[in-house]
Design a protein around this ligand. Structure first.
Ligand SMILES: C[S@@+](CC[C@H](N)C(=O)[O-])C[C@H]1O[C@@H](n2cnc3c(N)ncnc32)[C@H](O)[C@@H]1O
Length: 346
């Protein structure tokens, strides 16, 4: 395109309201299209008991091989970036992040509390999926796992406030405690501005660590949550610093994902929703986790929010309509995860 030609107008300022030109509109639509829905086969019921036979299944070992090949290909591609100047690289990724201005706009125009990238991502998820359905707005309880500094809670607060139901909402949260000396600085987020103001709603376990990768802490959290009645929504936004081996991010974080799922399956009431952040899905542990979620929830979608930086691998799995406590698949899932976390096979 000639640099001398007339500049393309992005806005039709003369029209009623601001209008995007068609190319920009198309680009915005594409940003919101990054969604995937799991469809279970109609002729075969997915059951966690099927996982027993999967190792011998030729089909699944072929899939495993294909996924491993994809993982190698992606990591090779990422390796080609390792010699790039970090400042130049950040400038480039910032420029490529088309929706990067959303956060700034929200901060300045709406004075959002704790307006972070996480706030924007979760608000987007809340707006796209009926995880807070109208009929339960009479009373609503949420539990937030791995939640420091607390932007998901702030986003939910804003969302419910806009719907006029804030007073009926109860919440509880947990995270690696910024007040526990045993927690490493590399793993926890030490911004405690929000936690300090709402301390009675945070649970860090008997030892005070808040480490979710401990079944005792999960059981304590479940007991505490029962004080609030039925839990309708659980969010899990955990991540682990993988700077030393970025190519193994998925494996490194998979154990935390299993603990987050364990907590959600113990906490939720029938019909409840679970939102969990995951990364790539090349490893057997991730595929199995997706299978378990599909057995325990009637609707499972994966979304890359448009406010999530396109250059990272994070996506959110949105699970709706939990089959309920005591159901065969839930019992099997809990048993499978327990075995996985204790290093035993099924
Ligand atoms: C991306 S941040 C969460 C952001 C949060 N959702 C928000 O909206 O502000 C990931 C969090 O996971 C926590 N985390 C990592 N490992 C954990 C563990 N084993 N137990 C509890 N929290 C953990 C970190 O301390 C951090 O606070």
């Amino acid at each position: 395109m000639s640099s001398k030609g007339p500049k393309r107008k992005r806005y039709d300022s003369a029209g009623p309201g601001l209008q995007l030109d068609p190319a920009a509109k198309e680009q915005v639509h594409r940003l919101f299209e990054k969604k995937f829905t799991f469809h279970k086969p109609e002729d075969e019921k997915w059951m966690i008991r099927n996982l027993e036979n999967q190792a011998e299944d030729q089909n699944s070992s072929k899939i495993s091989e294909n996924l491993s090949a994809l993982k190698v290909k992606l990591n090779k591609l990422k390796d080609r970036l390792s010699d790039k100047d970090i400042i130049k690289w950040h400038t480039h990724t910032k420029f490529q992040h088309t929706s990067g201005g959303v956060m700034v706009e929200l901060k300045t125009s709406y004075q959002i509390e704790l307006c972070t990238q996480a706030w924007c991502k979760f608000y987007e998820i809340l707006s796209q999926f009926p995880i807070v359905p109208e009929e339960i707005l009479k009373g609503f309880t949420s539990v937030h796992l791995c939640e420091a500094p607390g932007a998901f809670i702030s986003a939910l607060n804003h969302f419910l406030y806009c719907k006029g139901v804030k007073a009926k909402w109860k919440w509880l949260a947990t995270t690696l405690s910024p007040y526990y000396e045993g927690n490493s600085h590399g793993q926890m987020i030490d911004d405690d501005r929000f936690i300090r103001e709402t301390l009675d709603k945070w649970y860090f376990g008997e030892d005070g660590s808040g480490n979710l990768m401990d079944s005792v802490i999960i059981d304590g959290l479940v007991t505490k949550a029962t004080e609030h009645g039925d839990v309708n929504l659980v969010t899990a936004d955990g991540s682990i610093n993988c700077q030393d081996s970025p190519s193994e991010q998925e494996l490194l974080v998979s154990e935390l994902h299993y603990y987050e799922t364990l907590a959600a399956l113990k906490l939720l009431c029938k019909g409840g929703c679970f939102v969990i952040k995951v990364f790539t899905m090349f490893e057997e542990a991730s595929i199995t986790l997706m299978y378990i979620l599909n057995c325990c929830f009637n609707q499972v979608d994966v979304i890359k929010p448009c406010t999530s930086k396109p250059g990272n691998s994070e996506v959110y799995v949105v699970c709706q309509d939990f089959i309920g406590q005591g159901q065969d698949e839930t019992v099997c899932a809990l048993q499978y995860i327990d075995n996985y976390n204790n290093g035993n096979s099924f």
